[in-house]
Design a protein around this ligand. Structure first.
Ligand code: ADP
Length: 216
């Protein structure tokens, strides 16, 4: 279903989110105080508007309550981001997502009532560190309570060997799926053989997953 989004701040981050939402088939209103930025994005988004995000009246004219979600992607000036969050919430936007750049910024916008706050640079930093420390881990999701879903590339020695030889102890680590390119097979059977470039998708506690994947 086609959704309506507003992205306030078309810097590197806001621009990439807005373009991806368009690629996914949604409508995006892009807002930036820079005429240059707004004009550059004009033919790539459904609509662009030049407006100051800290000006409540300018925001009111955009009827932000009619959007499925509003993303505030202004990292450079915390004060503008905080004021904009306050206005967008008081204008009764349904869902307000905010990019924060410091823990204090995060706390303030959370207290103001932002639906979701994230730190792209910090979160990306954690991912890059994890990838450097565990090169065969391609992706992960934290489930909380020290549980993770991870995608790993097993060593070539396992090629053409049945999954039963991996000796997955189902109390500690579970195999959820095998990925091969774009195709995914859920709950693979133990006699399925691993092909070159297959990836394993596993769930378990961090320590058990580390132990399991280091021995692959
Ligand atoms: P990034 O790190 O994603 O590039 P920046 O914080 O550098 O993020 O960019 C934020 C964007 O927000 C810029 O395009 C800038 O022009 C815009 N911006 C900054 N202040 C305002 C404001 N008061 N109103 C609207 N847009 C703003």
């Amino acid at each position: 279903m086609k959704k309506q989004f507003a992205v306030i701040g078309l810097g590197g981050f806001g621009e990439s989110v807005a373009l991806e939402l368009m690629r996914l088939g949604h409508d995006v209103l892009g807002i930036d105080c820079s005429e240059d930025k707004a004009n550059r994005m004009a033919d790539k988004l459904t609509q662009t508007v030049i407006a100051n995000a800290s000006d409540e009246e300018a925001l009111r004219e955009l009827d932000l309550h009619r959007f499925d979600a509003v993303l505030i992607a202004i990292g450079e000036h915390i004060e503008v981001s905080v004021l904009c969050t306050m206005h967008v919430i008081s204008l009764e936007a349904k869902e307000v997502w905010v990019k924060a750049i410091t823990p204090t910024h995060h706390k303030i916008v959370e207290k103001l009532g932002a639906s979701r706050v994230f730190h792209p640079e910090y979160e990306m930093g954690l991912r890059v560190a994890q990838s450097l420390a565990h090169p065969n881990m391609l992706d992960y999701i934290s489930l909380g309570d020290n549980y993770f879903v991870i995608e790993i590339r097993p060593g070539e020695v396992l090629e053409d060997r049945p999954l039963s030889e991996l000796r997955i102890d189902d109390k500690e680590v579970r195999l959820l799926a095998i990925k091969h390119g774009q195709s995914v097979s859920l709950n693979p059977s133990p006699d399925q053989r691993l092909r070159r470039n297959d990836h394993l998708v596993l769930v378990g506690e961090e320590e058990a997953l580390r132990h399991f994947s280091e021995n692959l």
